[in-house]
Design a protein around this ligand. Structure first.
Ligand SMILES: [Zn+2]
Length: 138
């Protein structure tokens, strides 16, 4: 568990263990999803019934399980955002994580304020559209 994932709204820790706990909403359905805390690992644990209703290419809205606020990026509505801190380097400034809200679209970007690291095979499609600008305060 190299990173601690936090809600950008209430700052709650979202991976008390190895999984990142989020609430996903698809239409009127809501479910708990457990995402890997390993960047680039897109294995998700969720209710099979909830998942089967989501077709590849459909967007899911993610919410913080603590404050229930939407995690959708205000700048890039196709993405959700979390704040990430390094466990090994707790003094480093927090990073902004953006990941695609679209089912089966594996695109994740980690911004540390200066550089961007990308994960997932779909990331290359967004590379030119996502720049390093954003709100770094929290
Ligand atoms: Zn929250």
């Amino acid at each position: 568990m190299p990173y601690r994932y936090h809600c950008p709204k209430c700052h709650a820790l979202l991976n008390p263990n190895v999984r990142v706990v989020l609430v996903a909403q698809h239409g009127d359905d809501r479910g708990i999803v457990l995402m890997s805390s390993q960047l680039g690992d897109y294995q998700v644990i969720a209710d099979k019934g909830f998942c089967s209703a989501i077709a590849p290419g459909e967007a899911v809205e993610f919410h913080c399980p603590v404050c229930t606020k939407s995690l959708t990026s205000p700048l890039y509505p196709g993405f959700a955002e979390l704040v990430v801190r390094s466990i090994d380097h707790p003094d480093e400034k927090p990073c902004l994580l953006r990941f695609s809200r679209v089912s089966d679209e594996h695109a994740t970007f980690l911004y540390d304020g200066d550089t961007v690291r990308e994960f997932g095979e779909a990331a290359v499609r967004f590379r030119t559209n996502l720049d390093v600008e954003g709100d770094w305060s929290w």
